[in-house]
Write a new protein. Structure first.
Length: 280
């Protein structure tokens, strides 16, 4: 899960809010240098880093409270500072040293995609009810709005649905509609993806529903345009857990993913520990 979502994030990062001309280079031949951002090809962004924080909290059996999760977000950022966060949140993290500071100073009133992008690992928990509760709690730390919470819950339920084999892939949208109503998850997304979290999740669901391989899902995520790294992160986290999706990401994208201290090898090791938490 973590390796695949990181590849989606890093690949999508080169195409986030770019022109149609740049989108024409979406052929999976390699990672692309974004025309405006400094993130280097193959480097993941905040989508993956915050997913790592959530995964580490799960693996360590942390108490699932806003304070403990805030500690994780601060720790993971400061041990490996990187751009890719929204500029104001990046500055906030630079100035924040503890979970207590985080909670005291954050303004968690956003409906954007920051909580949904990191919610994939929450699908590990054993029941729909627990996934919904834990997704809501982790969202409240930064995106405590009805739309922010719903987007993160739907994102987490995508991985949960496949990890626990709750139905066929074609029924994913209806499953989400039944548990997180109000967003028409089963309706195909069309056009550019905006900043709101529910938009990224809707587009990710669309890509997963209409393709049977991770490579096709990844290309489709980017093809939408807009906030495509988040769409790809969410979709590949889910698609990597589905028995109906061929795991065919190009080897050069695997090999080209950053592999420093918290890069590819670390993600693979953490993936094993995370998936060991699935209750069969």
């Amino acid at each position: 899960m973590l390796l695949e979502l990181a590849i989606g994030d890093a690949y999508g990062a080169g195409f986030e809010y770019v022109s149609k001309r740049v989108l024409e280079r979406n052929d999976l031949s390699g990672y692309l240098q974004h025309p405006r951002y400094s993130t280097r090809p193959g480097q993941y962004t905040d989508d993956t880093q915050m997913s790592i924080a959530i995964a580490e909290a799960i693996v360590a059996d942390d108490r699932w409270t806003p304070l403990h999760l805030a500690h994780r977000f601060v720790e993971v950022f400061h041990r490996d500072p990187r751009e890719g966060y929204a500029s104001r949140f990046y500055a906030f993290l630079q100035q924040t040293q503890t979970g207590e500071e985080f909670l005291a100073n954050i303004q968690p009133n956003s409906d954007k995609s920051g909580a949904a992008m990191r919610a994939g690992p929450v699908g590990i928990f054993a029941t729909v009810e627990e996934v919904l509760e834990r997704a809501s709690i982790q969202t409240q730390v930064t995106h405590n709005t009805p739309a922010g919470i719903s987007a993160a819950q739907a994102s987490a339920l995508m991985t949960h649905y496949f990890l626990y084999d709750l139905g066929v892939k074609s029924a994913l949208g209806k499953f989400l509609d039944s548990h997180v109503p109000g967003y028409q998850w089963n309706e195909p997304w069309q056009g550019e993806v905006g900043a709101q979290g529910w938009m990224s999740v809707r587009a990710a669901v669309t890509a997963v529903l209409r393709h049977t391989s991770l490579s096709a899902i990844l290309q489709d995520c980017v093809r939408f345009g807009g906030d495509v790294d988040t769409v790809a992160t969410i979709a590949l986290a889910a698609g990597s857990c589905s028995q109906e999706v061929i795991q065919d990401l190009p080897q050069h994208l695997v090999d080209g993913l950053e592999n420093e201290t918290y890069g590819r090898d670390y993600l693979c090791d953490l993936d094993v520990k995370l998936l060991d938490k699935v209750q069969r």
